[in-house]
Design a protein around this ligand. Sequence first.
Ligand SMILES: Nc1nc2c(c(=O)[nH]1)N[C@H]1C(S)=C(S)[C@@H](COP(=O)(O)OP(=O)(O)OC[C@H]3O[C@@H](n4cnc5c(=O)[nH]c(N)nc54)[C@H](O)[C@@H]3O)O[C@H]1N2
Ligand SMILES: Nc1nc2c(c(=O)[nH]1)N[C@H]1C(S)=C(S)[C@@H](COP(=O)(O)OP(=O)(O)OC[C@H]3O[C@@H](n4cnc5c(=O)[nH]c(N)nc54)[C@H](O)[C@@H]3O)O[C@H]1N2
Ligand SMILES: [Mo]
Length: 888
Amino acid sequence: MRVIVDGAGVTVPEGVTALSAVRAAAVGLPTLCHDDRLSPVGSCRTCLVRLDGHVVAACVTPVTEGAQIQVEQDDLCRLRHDAVELIVSALPGHALEGDTELARLCRTLDIGPGAAEPARGQDDSHPYVRLDRDLCIACGRCVRMCAEVQGTFALTLTGRGGDTVVAPGTGGPWAESDCVACGGCVDTCPTGALTEPGLPLGTRSSALTRTRTTCGYCGVGCALDVLTRDGEVTAVKPAHDGPVNRGHACVKGRFAHGFLRSPERLTRPLLRRGSRLEPVDWPEALDHVARGMRAAIAEAGPDTVAAISSARATNEENYLIQKFMRTVIGTNNVDNCSRLCHSPSAAGLTAAFGLSGGTDSFDDAEHADCLLVVGANPIEAHPVVGARLLQHVLRGARLVVADPRRVGLAEHADVHLRARPGTNVALFNGLAHVLLDEGLADLDFLRRRATGLAELTALLEDYPPGRVSEITGVPVPDLVAAARLYGRAERPAIIYGLGVTEHLHGTDGVRTLSNLAILRGAVGTGRGYGVNPLRGQNNVQGASDMGALPDLLPGYAAVGDPAARARAERVWGVPVPRTAGLRIPEMFAAARAGDLRVLWVVGEDVCATDPDTNLVVAALEACPLVVCQELFLSETARHADVVLPAASWLEKDGTFVNFDRRFQRVRPALSPPGQARTDFAIVQALAATLGADLGCPTPAAALAECGRVAPVFGGISHQRLDQEGALAWPCPDAGRPGTGKLYLDRFATADGLAHLAALPYLPPGESPDGDYPFILVTGRRWAHYNSGSMTRRTGNLRLDPADRIDVNPADAARHAVRDGDPVTVESRHGRATLNARITDETAPGQLFCAFHFPASRVNALTSGHADTVTSCPEYKVTAVRLSPGGPP
Ligand SMILES: Nc1nc2c(c(=O)[nH]1)N[C@H]1C(S)=C(S)[C@@H](COP(=O)(O)OP(=O)(O)OC[C@H]3O[C@@H](n4cnc5c(=O)[nH]c(N)nc54)[C@H](O)[C@@H]3O)O[C@H]1N2
Ligand SMILES: Nc1nc2c(c(=O)[nH]1)N[C@H]1C(S)=C(S)[C@@H](COP(=O)(O)OP(=O)(O)OC[C@H]3O[C@@H](n4cnc5c(=O)[nH]c(N)nc54)[C@H](O)[C@@H]3O)O[C@H]1N2
Ligand SMILES: [Mo]
């Protein structure tokens, strides 16, 4: 429609506000309580305009066709000036010292500082958010940010009239509030009432260098602007044009960068001499590794050397590591932590649909009318995705949560399916049974685009709701209600996590979950948001995409496939070994059996995070040469013979692939400390020490070469990413965009069809019994990341200072355990000591803990049981017993 702004016509969409129309006409208009991401409130009166003769707040007033808006009339300018002056007059003088929205506005309006006495005090209790109450103008932007973007509802406005001020809703200090430190309130605050320690009021942004990069914690792939000064990070800001985060971030990406300058960072290579690790220079360390590798190959063959590549490292680094192992050593013994995480997703999604990744672009989740969130806790583990999902539910989408625990999203669910850990396949078969039984399947889609219906229908006869309820503990009405919500939705979505994969039958879980989307025709069609794993590490998708896997080359071509090998051999110029290499657990088993001579561990703390710690340690002790490439002296590094100091994600150049298959650029904001080097440089140097040339002089060259080995990435380059921001694979063609939504024409399976799977429920590896009566579930907490090596060395430690084990109140009472008490947990494999946290988030008979503090030795408890298809550990089910008190 057309409206007139200060006499000039401008075209705007129907229903916009006067503010949007004024902006569309490029006329300046101040605002203080407004943020485009938030609902408008019209409280600050600084955006007054005249609309069809009436003075109105532009931000809250809609306009209609032909509306006449006046902005730059003298009386309006005065009204707005007076509104700002009134606000400033109530503030102390230092209010205009910063580079804030308010200070900038005052400069343009020529308004000087107020002279109010500071009276309301500050709240410095929180490590990352500072409140100066005297600068608060009660615009409420922080409150709305916390509610409407983050979804935590931690903040409120308290007091009356001119004394109104933001405060945590719980009362008391900020540090004890529900705040999850996403930083959104700080970013939207127009006055500097809310600041972060790195950017106190008065910081001039012009003094800072800004580097756009991609977060190196989880797989969401938030675009971040890293602000540095004199070689130090001062702050990290979420990028407003970040394709997934859209200006949002979480406590880790936004604030947890203090580890960078920790005095414990490794700055020199270390070499074991007797029981000590002593600093040496690079040539000596590399020589030692090269000699060990050469000797192993000469005496026992290349398959006695193995590498664990890092999902924390870049694509280019992973590409180089697998190329090194295959071409310089001559073995396929290379794997990455996808093994511990979503290898069942890779196997299951490939079998069902053809490609090893989620089926859709995350943006499509916001078009879904029903979300089925299974075994994932995005509020804590993928907070930016969790916030977007929660907002979508608050806007009206239906939500089914399947998780044994009352996780954050469960509080907003229409149905919460609290199936017993390890019973997913029965649960999904039960849901599928109801879909078919109630005529909710899309028979036309099934006829045209899927296969396996007859076998599945026959199998599902054994999964009527009553039996499924007995296996899972889910009441029949809940099961039926969930199936109907998913089954009747126009555009249903499946989002899942490790609660599906980290099981004895994790791949079966992925297959039977995928069945639901296939039955509904909600994958590979315009309807619905398919089946999407919330991949874990920043670059776990990429590490696997790059071929850091024992059976797959870059782009998921099988090492056993002669055509695939030939393509790689043409680029690499040497033969590629044809037999699949060892998976991570097989590497440890080989080491214990005396069959592994060299284990090179890059960026994975296997002694803290792999299951059954005692056996992992035994493996490292049995292996003659263990090389650990790390930021810190991790548990694994302590057991190594050579420790190589590595650069972190903020110190390197390359790309990551996030959970929805997007390649994004990673750029160095700092140089690595001391003699630490990027993993890229270390691999190159090691190859050179062995007399080999890996080519690929730069990360950009490595990605370009990878595109020649794996045509699905052929259209992706650093240069293109620098211009376009993000590209989702498959992207074979430099002239075409990437592919967010997969399979619109056909599935990528050999027959082009989606494959239903008829798989029976099989019990988990361990079940509770008289000796070990509890099921222990392990997973994540919001403030720490995996081994905790980075987050424990930041202010996050103040937010979550210790490991706790969640115990249901009924179990706590029975064992005479009070909140905070130390308890000893024992499994058939080991023992751990943690403090109890009493909560009904965990069901009776179940316990939950994270594994972020290696000293608690949680993974001494977990078993060697693993997914029968992919060897992904059964971290989610361990039979344990609990006793009050710490170690004897
Ligand atoms: N803050 C934080 N964020 C992280 C990480 C971190 O360490 N800390 N790690 C990153 C990594 S590597 C990963 S892989 C992701 C993981 O992200 P998620 O998969 O969301 O993480 P988890 O907490 O391990 O497990 C998810 C849920 O599975 C549930 N569950 C357990 N057993 C079952 C079951 O049998 N059935 C069902 N339906 N559910 C079950 C658990 O109760 C838990 O709530 O997070 C990433 N993000
Ligand atoms: N009980 C239990 N255990 C689990 C899980 C569970 O749910 N329960 N989840 C499993 C899952 S899903 C995963 S992914 C694993 C994660 O396990 P890990 O991969 O071991 O954990 P992280 O702490 O992410 O990182 C490993 C190490 O990499 C180092 N590092 C970080 N960046 C770089 C880099 O750029 N280069 C190098 N060379 N090193 C770097 C860090 O200092 C850290 O010590 O844990 C698994 N362990
Ligand atoms: Mo993971």
